[in-house]
Design a binder for this molecule. Structure first.
Ligand SMILES: Cc1cc2nc3c(=O)[nH]c(=O)nc-3n(C[C@H](O)[C@H](O)[C@H](O)COP(=O)(O)OP(=O)(O)OC[C@H]3O[C@@H](n4cnc5c(N)ncnc54)[C@H](O)[C@@H]3O)c2cc1C
Length: 509
């Protein structure tokens, strides 16, 4: 199973790419087009198809190619933005709504898995959060109090599952964990059984809203529907939401331990925090450790993030072997809550679900419950809270986006000599680097056989400069999270045009 990075996640192990039942295009008219075949798109598509709508799901690569293939799949009833922060940013009613939404999202996992008999190593577990110093303990007590007020089942606890010294700890009951790609692919099969259609390797290039319909122009031609949902993790093209969401990367290891495997979901309170859980895959136990998050394109050596994470894992756990390591991208919303609803700028027919932080496994299911209600004009108490058109940017966020935005003028070179590149940069095989060339920058990569690839590093989305991701071997845009392979092709993110290729040739002969 393919994913949007060079490294293999635990969820790719033994998994094949999804084979769609629809081998040819029979119709181009639907009630709803869902764009994106991750957990959000597939779960939402199934909900809509089951409610009697005729749905089409379009995926640019294959199902679970995006962050769903690189998640760690803790299913939590609390978010990275704590109940305390939500209360302070959005008021007291908001925490009750969030508690209700997360609880309904977790119920939907449970329902789907029971109802469809899905074998996806799903287990209900407790979720622990613990402090390691006095400052964190003060913060933890506020989180506890706000969570209690929200009505979440939470308590102080004397023990945590991981062998880490802690000051104080709280436990959230009835959390869960799942094998995400087994779950999503099983739901996709249910979607097809219910009459839904999936086309993979189909990129939506643009959309046109007219006469109360949406036309999606794709790499497989045009499709039409009454509604279209962008479940693409971040919507494409330039949208207000790109200035309300910032791309981050997070790192994960799946390791074998000597001795006992901790039981439960845990995380500490550092920024970025570490997160841990155990997962059984096909009868084998793996301990998953995550963390070392940073803004996309802001870490020169992403390999180093894995080294730090492994050193952390070895400090606290008796690690026998690191079996998988991988990283992936998520989007941080400016005010701490996801954006689920009408796409800003849409005339009323395009919806979106984005800004999920590190909680998209839960948010995906909130989206799968909320979006059908919005489409069916059914009252939903969460609608205003998650409305993408709400105006609630947090002070400092605009600065943060600006700080990222390394926007440049047009790049002009169309070709460059190999001798020039060698002069510009001494590069090891497998290395990528930005170099200065004729007053502009050039993105160059040398493959394992010494072949050179050169690209114009100006991101085709909003003209920021991409940076090399050492570990996942991709060019990543720090502004809005567009990612490109060594040939310049779009991997993920809001860009839909490739980076411009600069021909590398022997010009001296
Ligand atoms: C390392 C890591 C660990 C995480 N751990 C957790 C966790 O423990 N718990 C939790 O709740 N959340 C977690 N998250 C977040 C969560 O995994 C994501 O929010 C979630 O997987 C996003 O799912 P999605 O379906 O919205 O997006 P994706 O899985 O990214 O799917 C989007 C899909 O859209 C497709 N696409 C994009 N553009 C187009 C286009 N133009 N046309 C057609 N298709 C397109 C892509 O190819 C992709 O397959 C984690 C994130 C990271 C990075």
């Amino acid at each position: 199973m393919k994913r949007d990075g060079a490294m293999n996640s635990l969820w790719q192990q033994g998994m094949e790419d999804f084979q769609s039942a629809a081998q040819e295009i029979k119709t181009r008219f639907y009630d709803i087009i869902i764009v994106g075949g991750g957990v959000t798109g597939v779960t939402t598509a199934l909900q809509l198809q089951k409610s009697g709508k005729k749905c089409l799901l379009l995926e640019a690569h294959s199902l679970c190619f995006g962050t769903t293939g690189g998640t760690t799949a803790h299913l939590n009833s609390f978010f990275d933005t704590s109940y305390e922060e939500i209360r302070s940013n959005f008021g007291e009613d908001a925490i009750h709504l969030v508690a209700n939404a997360t609880s309904r999202a977790l119920d939907l996992y449970h329902h789907n898995i029971e109802h469809y008999g899905i074998e996806c190593e799903y287990e209900q577990k407790d979720g622990y959060v613990y402090s390691r110093d006095q400052k964190q303990t003060v913060q933890l007590s506020k989180i506890f109090e706000a969570s209690k007020q929200a009505g979440v089942d939470v308590a102080y606890t004397e023990r945590i599952p991981v062998p880490v010294d802690f000051h104080q700890a709280i436990v959230y009951r009835d959390q869960a964990q799942v094998h995400p790609t087994k779950y999503v692919m099983a739901l996709a099969r249910e979607f097809e059984k219910a009459g839904g259609v999936i086309h993979q390797q189909c990129r939506v290039e643009d959309t046109v809203e007219a006469d109360d319909r949406v036309t999606a122009n794709t790499s497989l031609g045009a499709f039409q529907a009454t509604f279209l949902i962008y479940a693409t993790h971040i919507p494409p093209h330039i949208n207000l939401l790109h200035f309300r969401c910032a791309p981050y990367r997070s790192y994960a290891l799946a390791v074998k331990l000597n001795g006992n495997y901790p039981d439960g979901l845990s995380n500490d309170m550092y920024d970025p925090y570490h997160y841990y859980r155990t997962q059984i895959v096909n009868g084998e136990k793996y301990f998953i450790v995550g963390g070392e998050d940073h803004k996309t394109g802001h870490e020169e050596n992403t390999e180093m993030c894995f080294r730090k994470l492994e050193a952390h894992a070895r400090e606290y756990f008796d690690v026998k072997e690191v079996v998988h390591k991988w990283s992936s991208q998520y989007f941080e919303p400016s005010d701490g809550l996801a954006y689920i609803g009408l796409l800003p700028g849409s005339k009323g027919n395009i919806l979106v679900a984005t800004g999920f932080s590190g909680n998209g496994m839960t948010y995906s299911h909130i989206a799968a419950l909320l979006l059908p209600d919005l489409i069916n004009k059914k009252e939903n108490a969460w609608a205003a809270l998650f409305n993408p058109n709400r105006l609630k940017p947090i002070a400092g966020f605009a600065e943060f986006i600006k700080e990222n935005a390394d926007v440049v003028g047009q790049f002009i070179a169309k070709r460059i000599g190999t001798d020039k590149i060698s002069e510009l940069a001494e590069m090891a095989p497998g290395e990528g680097r930005l170099v200065k060339f004729e007053g502009n920058r050039l993105a160059i990569y040398k493959d394992e056989n010494g072949k050179l690839f050169a690209l114009n590093p100006v991101c085709t989305h909003a003209k920021c400069i991409v940076d090399w991701n050492t570990a996942e071997k991709s060019w990543d845009c720090p502004c809005h999270g567009g990612r490109f392979d060594i040939d310049g092709k779009v991997i993920t993110g809001p860009a839909h045009k490739p980076l411009e290729v600069v021909q590398v040739m022997d010009l001296v002969k």
